[in-house]
Write a protein that binds this ligand. Structure first.
Ligand code: MN
Ligand code: MN
Length: 329
């Protein structure tokens, strides 16, 4: 079968096409094999610009579990985005960007000590091919081994973290805790605080540890454009890692998450922020903390899928994609 075999009208491109699989096939929004944005399932990272991988892990949650079910929910919610021209970009990101779905990393729940190493090894393997990673969580602890692998390749990272929490509670270096790993990453030199920004924070840490923290009230008062201005000036051309904890959103827009905190930005505000990251030197990305058992009507999964989709569009824009606005923006 060729990659362009559309004799029967398309469908199931998740397993019927091979990378780079530009553009898209017709799919039934409500049926067929699910992958993230219907990209082909493949483990040929060398054939891809971006590898999307799921991390079904929630062993480090402090409150409500369920993020282990996040990757499959995000994939399901992405089906409706896969058939539309990317709004507001007005292009098909897959005309310029080859994206594969790796599937979920195998993480052995009965040997939890092996999990951070498995995540880091997966990331090292993908990054060694030159492809970038977009990881779907899973709880936010997963970001720590991802940061480790990215920092090994690119040096200390400019972290752009969207989160209700700064995730800098005290850490003894060995905890499995989704509330401490950013302090650990800072202490290990994986993250350069002078180049890093946390957005949407509305909980207290012992210190800002040198990171520029744009709290949720600040964001509400100043708006996404002012936040983007801060982010651009701080990150500049440093190798950047974008980590989006879905609990950055107000629980009205993301109820399905482990540790919701009232008083956060809307999905509209958050998407304006994500879409404005086009000037950054993005080396890696993740979307974390979707907990489907606490979701309603796919609200949270759709928000997460849209954030991940728009991150891909930002990379497509950086690789030359141009489109037409559908109206006044
Ligand atoms: Mn959080
Ligand atoms: Mn977090």
């Amino acid at each position: 079968m060729t990659t362009d075999d559309t004799d029967d009208g398309g469908g199931d491109q998740a397993f019927r096409r091979t990378p780079p699989a530009p553009g898209r096939w017709a799919e039934m929004t409500y049926g067929g094999a699910l992958s993230f944005l219907r990209r082909p399932y493949s483990r040929d990272a060398a054939a891809a610009d971006v590898v999307v991988a799921g991390m079904p892990y929630d062993g480090a949650t402090t409150f409500r579990p369920g993020a282990r079910l996040g990757p499959r929910a995000i994939r399901a919610a992405s089906a409706s985005l896969a058939e539309l021209a990317a709004f507001p970009f007005g292009f098909d990101p897959f005309d310029t960007l080859s994206v594969i779905d790796w599937g979920d990393c195998f993480l052995d729940p009965h040997h939890p000590g092996s999990i951070p190493g498995a995540i880091a090894d997966h990331a090292r393997h993908v990054l060694a091919t030159g492809a970038k990673l977009l990881t779907l969580g899973g709880d936010h602890f997963v970001t720590w081994p991802l940061l480790k692998a990215h920092a090994e390749r690119h040096g200390p990272l400019a972290l752009v973290q969207f989160d209700a929490h700064a995730d800098v509670w005290e850490d003894d270096g060995g905890r499995f805790d989704h509330g401490t790993m950013m302090l650990r990453a800072l202490r290990e030199g994986l993250v350069d605080p002078a180049r890093s920004v946390q957005v949407g924070v509305r909980t207290h840490g012992a210190s800002d540890y040198g990171v520029d923290v744009l709290t949720a009230p600040w964001l509400r008062r100043n708006g996404p454009e002012a936040a983007l201005d801060v982010i651009r000036r701080r990150v500049r051309d440093a190798p950047a890692y974008v980590s989006f904890d879905i609990d950055c959103l107000d629980p009205a827009f993301a109820p399905g998450t482990g540790t919701p905190v009232a008083g956060g930005p809307s999905s509209a505000e958050a998407l304006a922020l994500v879409r404005g990251l086009v000037d950054l030197n993005i080396k890696g990305m993740d979307v974390m903390e979707v907990s489907p058992p606490y979701d309603h009507a796919e609200v949270t999964a759709l928000a997460a899928a849209t954030v991940a989709h728009d991150l891909l569009c930002v990379l497509a824009r950086q690789s030359g994609a141009e489109g037409r606005s559908p109206g006044r923006l």
